[in-house]
Design a protein around this ligand. Structure first.
Ligand SMILES: [Zn+2]
Length: 61
């Protein structure tokens, strides 16, 4: 289970596997996965599929 850190800042785009293209995500939130990786989780604005956008280990201001 991913732990929710908080809402994502600004609009987030991620690759939707169902649409096979990049889509803007709605209800996006920042999460920390069980393995410690951070990611943005959101729903595809077109088809509603849950999309994960993995972030690098470095955190930018
Ligand atoms: Zn989609």
């Amino acid at each position: 289970m991913a732990q929710v850190v908080g809402p994502a800042k600004g609009p987030v785009t991620g690759f939707c596997v169902k649409c096979r293209t990049k889509r803007e995500l709605k209800s996006s939130e920042e999460v920390v996965l069980k393995n410690g990786r951070r990611a943005i989780r959101g729903a595809c604005s077109v088809c509603g599929t849950m999309v994960y956008v993995f972030m690098g280990s470095r955190k930018k201001g």
